[in-house]
Design a protein. Structure first.
Length: 598
């Protein structure tokens, strides 16, 4: 069996407590099997107490015979401290104790003639990467391994130098930094703002180079930058890719050259080789468009914003390098691809103001929703030109959901209705579930002649039905006096027994009519069918009178004089919903509830 030992780094570094301690960085106990040793580091820095027979050696063999070490074995580093009887390069037996590399080379004769001895500058006892800035025989003194197999990468996956690789497991990076990239302003950029404020660049870590300690930054108006163009040193921070240097305001319509020089030391280097010189040109004295707005409220990326927020606000401080705006176009949307339909306001500019607002009270903000907005200063509302590089701001609304139901709506009789029949048979209302509230289990209904309800005013409980939006309760024992102001209330509840009840419930009212002053039961016989109705409604009236159809909000949508006993009305142009049908004559004032479906 042949043994190939290539490109290894071995370090033993401890304080022995036993004076007879024996240690070796490489130990071979075999004289028959071929062993090929190439490009390895064997360092033994074990310290021994005095007075014993112990020793520390770089290379230990159980015999002085070296015949099984192959002739190609070479370019290794052996080290065991200051040469002494206890610190050996090689020990084969009591008669083969080589304290120095020269003694070992003489013994080896045909191999290891290009090997070295050195206290290799490892980064740490537990990190056997070699200090790339140190002067060391490690760098460039290995031989390429192409047989019996090729080794082209080091322990980190870094490619080995194909001609002069490094000794040991670690291929050293070049002892200088890589160059900076991605300049901002971009190389060759034009119309750059004179108050840009900073220069920006990227530095990407590279296995083949040493990370810099920082960057020397140069900026001037000549391509051949000199030390007089030096503007500062920016420290490198590992893990950061983007760096910047602040600069003063620049001159208008001027071409500038700048360079970023990564360096291992601000004063002494070494520096990256051939750093790029970039250029950009500033714009004219005044731009024909306004500068952008800033300082949005809600702040950009704000979270848990109250859905009741009434307005957006921002600051605008006029910059004399730009053109004064006439005002601001305000856009608001649930995405950042704004269209003209997303414009919600035009706000005029006032040179005495810095803070501006735009109302969003008409916008129904939703919980847990992200919104985007932008403010575009413009010289003309219709024609521009508009500010460039306008920021898009965003915020998200709160996640709070009420633990009580939302309220009922659309009462019939309508709130404030008058001339309501004493024969009113039912109260009607709508309820549409709002997912921002708790789901109602049902409704408590109160009816009385005072807005301060008591338990005596409780009409009853109506269960919620997810398939319904319109509800009613019969008025079986309701006998008000003529011309009486009545109050009623529908209170949704999350649970019949324990609530919680809807909050801010509205109290509705209506006033009864004067009643029937004369006539018989036949005179009050006012009938209609079908109910619900769709296309036509048939009415039976006892005598001549006036028919009114009233919407749930109290508007008279149809009014017709009738004299025949039977009347047919077309409902073709009526919208779906709940209506009040009122028959008024010299003898009576009677009201029915009509439901129209389509």
């Amino acid at each position: 069996v042949s043994v190939n030992i290539f490109y290894n780094s071995v370090l033993i570094d401890y304080a022995a407590t036993n004076s007879d301690n024996v240690s070796a960085a490489l130990s071979i106990h075999n004289i028959n099997n071929p062993v090929d040793l190439r490009n390895n580091i064997f360092v033994n820095k074990t310290s021994l107490p005095s007075g014993g027979e112990g020793f520390a050696t770089a290379f230990l063999k159980n015999t002085a015979a070296l015949g099984n070490i192959q002739p190609d074995s070479d370019n290794n580093i052996y080290y065991a401290g200051t040469p002494s009887p206890q610190n050996l390069i090689f020990r084969g037996s009591t008669t083969a104790m080589d304290q120095t590399l020269a003694e070992y080379k003489l013994r080896a004769a045909t191999f290891d003639q290009n090997s070295y001895t050195e206290d290799v500058p490892f980064l740490a006892s537990d990190d056997l990467h070699v200090d790339p800035l140190a002067t060391t025989v490690v760098r460039g003194n290995a031989q390429p391994v192409t047989s019996p197999f090729a080794i082209t990468e080091d322990i980190d996956g870094m490619l080995r130098d194909p001609e002069n690789p490094d000794i040991g497991a670690d291929e050293l990076p070049v002892a200088m930094p890589d160059v900076a990239t991605n300049p901002l302003p971009q190389n060759g950029a034009t119309d750059v703002m004179a108050d840009i404020g900073s220069l920006q660049w990227s530095y990407l870590e590279n296995l083949y180079f040493v990370n810099p300690a920082g960057f020397r930054v140069y900026l001037g108006t000549e391509e051949d930058l000199t030390e007089s163009d030096y503007i500062g040193w920016i420290e490198y921070e590992q893990g950061t890719e983007t760096f910047s240097a602040e600069i003063d305001d620049l001159s208008f319509s001027t071409t500038y050259y700048w360079s970023v020089v990564p360096s291992l030391d601000e004063e002494e280097g070494p520096d990256a080789e051939e750093p790029a010189v970039w250029s950009f040109t500033t714009g004219p004295f005044s731009y024909d468009y306004p500068n952008p707005a800033e300082n949005p409220l809600p702040e950009n990326n704000a979270e848990n914003v109250n859905i009741g927020i009434a307005a957006l606000s921002w600051e605008f401080v006029f910059n004399e390098m730009f053109t004064e705006p006439a005002g601001f176009l305000v856009y608001f949307s649930e995405n950042d691809n704004f269209t003209e339909d997303d414009m919600i306001a035009w706000v005029e500019y006032d040179d005495k103001e810095e803070v501006y607002t735009a109302s969003i009270e008409s916008i129904d903000l939703q919980y847990l929703t992200g919104y985007y907005w932008k403010v575009v200063p413009t010289v003309s509302q219709e024609d521009g030109p508009e500010a460039e590089n306008v920021a898009i701001w965003t915020f998200s609304t709160e996640a709070f959901v009420h633990d009580f139901p939302n309220t009922a709506e659309n009462p019939a009789p309508a709130d404030g209705a008058t001339q309501v029949s004493l024969e009113l048979a039912e109260l009607v209302w709508d309820y549409v579930y709002d997912e921002n509230f708790a789901l109602a289990h049902g409704f408590w209904i109160y009816l009385g002649t005072s807005s301060e309800f008591t338990e005596d005013d409780l009409l009853g409980w109506i269960n919620y039905d997810e398939d319904l939006t319109s509800y009613s309760i019969a008025l079986e024992d309701f006998t008000p006096e003529p011309l009486t102001l009545c109050y009623w209330q529908v209170i949704p509840s999350a649970d019949m027994e324990n609530g919680p009840l809807a909050e801010n419930v509205q109290t509705w009212s209506f006033t009864t009519d004067q009643g029937v002053s004369a006539g018989s039961a036949e005179m009050t016989a006012f009938l209609m069918y079908p109910n619900p109705a769709s296309e036509k409604l048939f009415l039976t009236v006892p005598h001549q009178g006036l028919i009114r159809i009233i919407s749930i909000d109290g508007r008279i949508v149809k009014e017709q004089e009738v004299s025949d006993v039977s009347v047919e009305l077309s409902l073709t142009h009526f919208k779906e919903g709940t209506y009040i049908v009122n028959f008024v004559s010299a003898f009576q004032n009677t009201t029915h509830i009509l439901v129209i479906t389509k």
